[in-house]
Structures are given as C-alpha cells and as structure tokens.
Design a protein around this ligand. Structure first.
Ligand code: BES
Ligand code: MN
Ligand code: ZN
Length: 507
C-alpha cells in the first residue's frame, strides 16, 4: 500500500473516502469533523444525536456525500471514550478503517486527518500507518489468497506546513516497524516443518545480506566447541540439528563521538527459537499441540526488531542472538534425570524435558557476556504459567536492573505492547536446587510461581543488566486488539524498537 503525507484540509480534499474519528458521547463534532458536518447539512450531528452510531472503539459507519464535499464517502469511526484515548487506540482504529474499506469495489484511497486527540504528528502518523498495515496483514503462504485488497493508497492530511516533516518521519517509521512486525508474524506462523533451525538461520542470513548486517551461524560442531550443552541437548531428539544464530547491527557513522564509544557496547536481544516444542520425552498432551510452532516467537521478535533497528539506522550497536532447536522425543532425545552442562560449566539436572526454553537460553545468555553488553533483553514463550498469571494482555517482565525496568515499562506504554513486572525473589532459587547437579530445570512440585521459577533459572546465567520477557500469552491468538489477525501477533518488535529508538535520550 502506498502511503502519502500531505498538506491540506481533510474536509476539502478530493478522494474516495475520508475517515473521521469521533469520541464516545460527542453529539456535535468540532474541528475537521465539524466542518464536514456543516457541509453535509448536519448529517453527522444527526447520526450522533439519534444514536445510529455509538462511537465504540473501532465501530464504523459509512456516509455518502452527494458531491457536497470533495470526498465521495465519509467513514465515521468510533474512538471510544476520550479518557481512554492513546496512540494504541489510533493503531486499532486505523486497522478498523482499512478493514472496513478494503473490499469496497470502487474505493482505492482513504484519507486520515493527522490531528488526532492531541497526539504529536510523528506519533499520530506512525500509529496510523502501523494500524493500517497490521490490520491488513494475512498469512497466505500455504493458502489460496483471499480476494485481493483493493485499497491502494492511504493519505495522511495535515493543515499546518510545519508539522509535515514530523508527519512524514512518523509515516516512514510506521512502515518500517509494521513491516518488521509482519516479518515476525510470518516467521511465527510458519509451521515447524518448513522452518526448522537450519532454515531459520538461512532466513536470518538472507535478511543480514539484504541489510548489510553481520550474521554468524553456529552449527552442531561449533556448538560442541563452545560447550553449549543446553542448545545441543534440547536439539538431540530431532533429526533437525540445532543452531545458534548471531545477527549484528553496527551504526556505520555516528554523529557523536560519545555514541561511537557506546557503539562498542551493544544492547543484546536474545530470542527463544524452539521451532517446534513437543515437550520431548516429557511429552505434552495432544490438544493444542499445533500451537507449539510458535515457540520461536521470541526469535521472530528479535529478527523483526533487528531489521527495524537497521532500517531506522539507529546510532547504537544491537546484537540479536537466537537459540534455535526442535524439541522432539526419540531414541536419541534428552531424558528426564539427565545432567547436562551449560557453556559456563554450570550443570543442570533436567527434571522435565518440556522446560527446554531455559536450557537453550542459558547458553545464549552466557554467550552474550562476551559483548560486554550495556544490557541484555531476552524474549521467550517460556511458561504456560505466565499466561495463567497475566492472560493475553501483558508479557511478564523480570529484571535485575532498576534503570532498565522503567525504560522497558515506558517503551511498553508508548508502543502499546504491555508488560507487567513480576518478582525475582531469592527464595525461588530453593525450588530449583538439585541433589545431583548445580541446579535443576523445573520444580516438579505442583504449581508454584512457574513464570518466576523460569526467570530465576535464567538469572543463574546472567552477569549484566538484564530483562526477561515471558511472551507465552501475548505471542499468538490475541483477540483483544483490532490490528491483530488470528495466529502470531509479532509481539516485541514494536516494544524493542521503541526502547532502542529512545535508548540514548532516556539514559
Ligand atoms: N513453550 C512452552 C511454554 C508455553 C506453553 C508457551 C503454552 C505457550 C503456550 C515451554 O517450553 C514449556 O513447555 N514450559 C513448561 C515449563 C514447565 C515444564 C516447568 C510449562 O509451561 O508447562
Ligand atoms: Mn516446553
Ligand atoms: Zn517451549
């Protein structure tokens, strides 16, 4: 879809359709909607007063204009209550408008006004573009495509010339971010069959080539040399060998010398990349097992975020690490009771082969240390327990660093990808004490803070400012946001990009 930003008045432009957002409770619209209302002889006020349209968030209502204004149609869209307004509402409402407009036969262009609810131009344009592109996302790799989308152009119209530059920047950021989210969704939606660790590595290499990034892939031999017993033992049961994937972005020229110094110290992003999680010998029940192809959603988010960071040319170094393996049972598989050794020589008694994410992440967390990182953030569909705690409305956030934690919370607020802090109490370590190894990988003593126990296990392998995001609940099938489709959400790309975009200024 083509996206243009332009100077003009939404009530006057010639186009197929203009979208007007209306807050709940408004009877006589003001601003641009007020001007349209006047030109249409009070048609909007009438609809709003009579209650034909209730302005619930994302609700839409079409009107014809009979040549009274430049646009052929007006699409009223509900913004919900004014006190709950945010940039994420813009994202949702923008998705609702493109979905309403996409299949009308003669409609190829819609226009939005840029002045929404007091948001700055950059934020408004970015959210509008993200919502539109994400709202139209479909995963059709293995399917006869639905009818083609007729909508070709999105215009974002602003009266004041001074705001145009920010508007254009916002639209460009929005496109880069939305396309990176779409990449993450595509990867997570793809079945384990066609995206085993080797293929995931190839996709990362291909992306690196396109963007001029450094990419290194460690195969079984290399993993052996590095002593990465976590990744290797989880991958043992499968015919598809495991991989550690390294993606490095370096800013080519930094405008400030200070950044050049910091550029040497990257932020490292780590993604859990279990391309299919059967549970291994501790096999999972059959119901819903097909969803375990999404167990590489953390990896997908990291790949998407690195893409966005590179295309936005952020002035800092960012490294993506993906621990990729397929967790299957077989005669060669890891067994409950086995003791394995992570690359920092810590031994782990594997009491449950279905707690595999923490085993592969442990090796990646140890590897991150060699970058002397400013901070490390891992994303993982780690525990069903996190979904029990928070449902699908927030990722669980754990951190050992009191400056990193609020930074992530702020980025979450701004990106609409929610996080909720959970504790890393020392006492949880008792739960993973082992009789025969340094630690064990699961409690096996009834339900006890499962998400926190996973996090406390990871913490054993960390020696820098660190945050862990448990995205088991938010990574797929989240129906509460209008810009989501069924399947993968691409959670994390927006959050991480927002965080890294403001990394310097928020120090
Ligand atoms: N990939 C799963 C977690 C998961 C479950 C993600 C449901 C998304 C939806 C993870 O590898 C796992 O199996 N975790 C176990 C941990 C337990 C054995 C300590 C779990 O949550 O049951
Ligand atoms: Mn598992
Ligand atoms: Zn898993």
């Amino acid at each position: 879809m083509q996206i243009v930003t332009e100077q003009g008045e939404i009530s006057k432009i010639q186009t197929d359709a203009i979208c007007l957002g209306i807050f709940q409770g408004v009877r006589r619209p003001g601003g641009a909607a007020g001007a349209v209302d006047g030109a249409l002889d009070g048609a909007l006020s009438e609809i709003l007063t009579d209650g034909d349209f209730s302005c619930k968030k994302g609700e839409v209502f079409w009107l014809r204009t009979h040549g009274k204004i430049g646009a052929k149609r007006v699409l009223l869209v509900g913004l919900g209550p004014a006190e709950k307004f945010s940039s994420d509402v813009v994202r949702e409402v923008s998705a609702a408008t493109v979905r309403a407009a996409k299949s009308l036969p003669e409609l190829t262009t819609i226009a939005h006004g840029a002045g929404i609810g007091g948001l700055d131009s950059l934020t408004a344009a970015q959210a509008t573009v993200e919502g539109a592109l994400l709202g139209l996302y479909r995963f059709e790799k293995f399917k006869k495509p639905e009818e083609p989308i007729k909508l070709e152009r999105l215009r974002i119209v602003e009266q004041s010339a001074e705001k145009l530059e920010q508007l254009e920047r916002g639209a460009q950021h929005g496109r880069v971010i939305a396309e990176s989210v779409a990449l993450a969704r595509d990867l997570a939606n793809e079945p384990g069959q066609s995206l085993p660790p080797r293929e995931l590595a190839q996709r990362a290499q291909q992306l690196a080539q396109e963007l001029g990034l450094r990419c290194e892939v460690f195969d079984e031999k290399a993993l052996e040399k590095l002593g990465m017993g976590g990744i290797l033992s989880v991958g043992k049961g499968s015919d598809e060998p495991p991989r550690l994937i390294v993606l490095e972005y370096h800013p080519h020229s930094s405008p400030l010398p200070a950044w050049e110094r910091e550029a040497a110290q990257p932020v490292v992003l780590i993604g859990k990349g279990i391309t299919f999680d059967s549970g291994g010998i501790s096999i999972k029940p059959r119901e819903g097992l097909e969803a375990m192809k999404y167990d590489m959603s953390g990896a997908a988010a990291v790949i998407g975020a690195v893409r966005a960071v590179a295309l936005l040319r952020l002035p800092m170094a960012v490294v993506g690490l993906i621990a990729a393996a397929e967790n299957l049972p077989s005669g060669k598989a890891l067994k409950p009771g086995d003791v394995i050794k992570i690359s920092n020589d810590k031994t782990v008694e594997v009491t449950n082969t279905d707690a595999e994410g923490r085993l592969v992440l442990a090796d990646a967390l140890v590897y991150a240390q060699r970058y002397n990182p400013q901070a490390v953030i891992d994303l993982a569909t780690l525990t069903g327990a996190c979904t029990i705690a928070l449902g699908k409305e927030a990722a669980g956030l754990f951190s050992n660093d009191e400056t990193l934690l609020p930074k992530i919370q702020k980025a979450a607020q701004q990106s609409g990808e929610r996080v909720w802090p959970l504790p890393l109490y020392e006492e949880y370590k008792e739960i993973i004490k082992s009789e025969i190894a340094d630690i064990k990988n699961s409690a096996n003593k009834g339900p006890q803070a499962g998400a926190a126990v996973g996090a406390i296990f990871l913490k054993e392998f960390v020696s820098y400012p660190w945050a862990h995001l448990d995205i088991a609940g938010v990574a797929y099938d989240v129906e509460s946001r209008l810009y989501h489709a069924k399947g993968a959400t691409g959670y994390g790309v927006r959050l991480l990009t927002q965080l890294l975009q403001h990394w310097q200024s928020e120090q």
